[in-house]
Write a protein that binds this ligand. Sequence first.
Ligand SMILES: C[S@@+](CC[C@H](N)C(=O)[O-])C[C@H]1O[C@@H](n2cnc3c(N)ncnc32)[C@H](O)[C@@H]1O
Length: 268
Amino acid sequence: MSTEPPLSAGIDPNRPSAARIYDSFLGGTHNFAADRAVAQRALELVPELPKIMRANRAFLRRAVRFAADAGIRQFLDLGSGIPTEGNVHEVAADILPDARVVYVDLEPTAVLHARDILAGVPRTVAVRGDLQHPSAILDDPQLREILDFDEPICVLMIAVLHFVPSSPALTAALRRYRDQVAPGSYLVVSHATGSAHPDALARIAELYNRTGTPLVLRDTDGLAAVFDGWDLLDPGIVYGPRWHPDPADPEVDDPAAYITLAGVAVKS
Ligand SMILES: C[S@@+](CC[C@H](N)C(=O)[O-])C[C@H]1O[C@@H](n2cnc3c(N)ncnc32)[C@H](O)[C@@H]1O
């Protein structure tokens, strides 16, 4: 019998959580007053945040389609959040009905909701884990049942690394993911950057830091370090809306205003 405490034991409604603040921005219902208070304050600083976060989800969908079009059938979504519409498994399954998806998040709320949504969906699982501790994630028996490390995997780190300060542990973790996956695997990353609204972003970072959820802004060089050992695919690291926009999407005048850098790379 498992001696692990139930996931629900790790939920503290009085402590704002990155997953639930994000859910609140996206108009979801899986959040508490403490999360909404942080979201509200952040909105006062940058009122376009919901639009920015929807654009981030749109990048996720384009990148998953891109990987599935390239024939990648397996997805490891690190920092997957509270699942909202257009999840990785839904997008991938449109192209590859037998796609396999593992969702990983640090937050018990996110994992619990993911498990609800995935109940009865074959070839998917949600596990709790900190991406800075890759061994615990990669050796998880449930993950091992879904993912085959001899075949390419698309590793996603979408809007998560800005909650993870740079450290030797992060560098080692990123290297471990790269070493673990087979050649032909993809790494998909999006990340907040302060370039367009440096003052407002610095204040939002301060706000998150005070709530115990760090927010680390990185620039293009900082993000390039995340892709170390991978080969960036065209067009490299760009503002999110500029990464393979859908031809049907309206032209975005000021992509830097979306304060998100994005890129996709392959392991050779
Ligand atoms: C802004 S949400 C992004 C969710 C989703 N990837 C997306 O882009 O829609 C960030 C998520 O990362 C999770 N997270 C933060 N630090 C993490 C870590 N060290 N390991 C795993 N997940 C983490 C948070 O709990 C949250 O659910």
